[in-house]
Write a new protein. Sequence first.
Length: 461
Amino acid sequence: MNQQSTSIDLEEEPENSDRESFPPSGTPDRSKRQSAAYQVPSTTPVIRRITSYRHFLPAAAPARERVGAREMGVYLAIELDGLDATEIVNLPKRVFPDTSLPFPVDEGLLSKLRNVWDREKKILHPPLAYTEEAVQNWFNAIANNIASVSGFDRPPRSWSAAYCNTVIPDKELARKPDVILIEDNIVPIDWRSVHAVAEVTSREALHSDMIKTINNKTYLMFSTQLNRRFVPFLAVCAKRVYFFVTDREGQTVTQICYHQQGAYHALNLIRIVVALMFASPETYGYDPTMGINKKRDIKTISCNGGTYKVKSTIHVVRGIIGRSTRVWSAIDKDKKSFVIKDGWIQKGRADAEKQYLEKLKGVTGIPTLVWGGTVQIHDPKDPERQRMCDDNTAWIRRGFSDESQYRIHRRLILSPVGVGLSKFTSLGELVSALRDVAVGMLMPPYLYFSYAYDIQRYTST
């Protein structure tokens, strides 16, 4: 295990028992009532991650245990501790290559943008002021100018500063963003509706409070949009724009010094605007294998050569970095029920769970593996969007980070689908379930050790 990793499952024991635990002073005092964000299930030291604190979204927890914005910022700082954003100079072109855009972003396009680009001074016109409304108007004006000279229709999305002084009305997460990218005429607005966020400051460069805000809003988008692969984020300062892309491995960032003369920085900003406002949702971070309804709930999942209709969400792990495990109950075209498990697994362990399930096939109490594989997305380098490729975190940062930290987007289809004990339909069904529980509790411990030994021997060969 890499010593700098900030992601580890609660069930795992770290290689170095001297690692810092949470809270830093040691085992929490269980004689006093702790908030939901502070509870840990065991005293085993683990690498700190926000999902380890068993926090809840406000709507899912009692009022006395709800986690506020300030607390959430502290927890996110702990989760991201030691994970500095990877600086990639040409990040916009890596994330949004020419082949993923609806039209070329080049100097030919730039020269046509009379109200955006000063051809004599060779500089991009800045916003009229460094306020939320001015930045909203700046981005929208750039997009509208692009539409007028490119022959494309007005972009289907626009930037809005309507919530810069008030929280977005959301039953789970009420937070204030500066400027958000949303679909035109969409009602109502909540965090599921937000495609990207831009934070604004009149300072010349990024500051610590802004970084906390970026992390907080990124967390909100990942938590409410279960079909998110990565989150794009803009920080607009008086001298430059910082472009962040956050995925399950960490953050990447680049600086766009749009006050400098020359086409390079201007084209980087134009490329981001085109991708976010004109391109397909897959281009700016959504999973194309997941279908959503008007409320932006996950309704269908495509894999294993078919499409499954989602009946309910069973489990969701909140956080930014890590596996981000999500589990749904779904049915296929024949109305058969399955469990679909989705997560981002480190490269070296991508097949581990699938191998365990195959090895334990037929063991009582172990689910049956129907299918397991890597989620497929359209290859960003294919202009025809016909070729598919594995979804992972390597395509953005290849050559800029440790290859062992790459995460692969994996999916499992399992059977059967269990139901809660409280859902029994007859007394006989209840007694049968309780009998199975009793048998399981009385099963000799050596059977468990036997399974564990078999798995260990299998995976070490």
